[in-house]
Design a protein around this ligand. Structure first.
Ligand code: MN
Length: 300
């Protein structure tokens, strides 16, 4: 396969023609790198990609460390900042609220786009400043794209950071076209999150990094405790052949499970959602089987 020779036997066994590996190797060679692998039948394979980048890895990680300790995200203070969190998933809304309040921010929340627009307008009437808007893009009633366009049309200049659990290539472009200033994909990674939002909050000062975080442990416990109920909801949505409900449940798990320390669950939920997006006519009991199995691991 690596040589570009396709064997009937491998096609029959793997269900693919085996061109991917050959293409990957040629691309690597064009970049003056090397792709090697070792494989053991029935056990698995290890692929190794080596590429000359022209920089010293040790140097890079030192520079990264210095930046973090100088301007480290875990040392950020958001005291005096007012942030509007627009998010339909209650777990994510709660998580973001705690995360921002921990750094001293004042947080206002909205669970869909039209409430966010109302919130911004009423803050303006009261003469209050909103420093930043975190906008989930997939929401019922009014989604984040529509809400951001409405805010921009009304002349609101507040920076908007889009949050999305999609992994599609044109997603970033769509967010920018709607008027967002930046884009973060879920699950939320704290370092990336704070680096992005502080870029829009000039003059952000530093603070001692929080050491004890009981709220985070509580969020994780509650999330795990909610999984048997989520499994039941998913089961009945499958039984009722309710495509929308299955997609919504998978989407929520995809966006939150990683942040709650369950990356595998997030990955399986993402695969389920993607499969249903590609083929809305798919058999729901097949499309959701792996996710149900995964949720079953958390007891009832
Ligand atoms: Mn959402």
């Amino acid at each position: 396969m690596v040589d570009g020779v396709v064997h009937d036997e491998s096609v029959r066994r793997s269900g693919g023609v085996g061109l991917g590996l050959n293409i990957s190797r040629r691309l690597t060679q064009l970049l003056r790198g090397e792709l090697t692998f070792s494989s053991r039948l029935g056990e698995g394979s290890t692929f190794c990609l080596t590429m000359p980048t022209g920089c010293d890895a040790a140097e890079l990680s030192r520079a990264d460390g210095a930046r973090r300790s100088l301007n480290g995200n875990h040392r950020v203070s958001l005291a005096g900042r007012h942030i509007l969190v627009v998010e339909d998933n209650p777990d994510t809304r709660k998580f973001l609220t705690y995360l921002l309040e921990e750094r001293g921010a004042r947080v206002t929340t909205a669970d869909e786009g039209s409430r966010a627009v109302e919130s911004v307008q009423s803050a303006a009437r009261r003469g209050e400043v909103i420093d930043l808007i975190l906008m989930d893009m997939q929401m019922p009633v009014m989604d984040g794209y529509t809400a951001t366009r409405a805010l921009r049309a009304a002349g609101v200049r507040t920076r908007v950071v889009a949050l999305t659990a999609h992994a599609m290539a044109d997603d970033h472009q769509r967010c920018v076209e709607a008027g967002c200033d930046a884009y973060l994909s879920k699950p939320i990674v704290e370092d990336v999150f704070f680096e992005t939002i502080t870029g829009f909050l000039p003059g952000t000062s530093s603070a001692v990094a929080p050491q004890v975080r009981p709220w985070l442990e509580a969020c994780k416990r509650e999330f795990r405790a909610s999984l048997p109920a989520t499994r039941e909801l998913l089961e009945s949505a499958v039984r009722a052949n309710d495509l929308g409900a299955v997609k919504t449940l998978a989407h929520r798990l995809r966006g939150m499970a990683g942040t709650m320390g369950l990356p595998e669950l997030g990955r399986v939920a993402g695969a389920c959602e993607d499969a249903l997006r590609r083929d809305p006519g798919a058999d729901l009991s097949i499309a959701a089987a792996e996710l149900l199995r995964c949720l079953g691991d958390f007891g009832s």
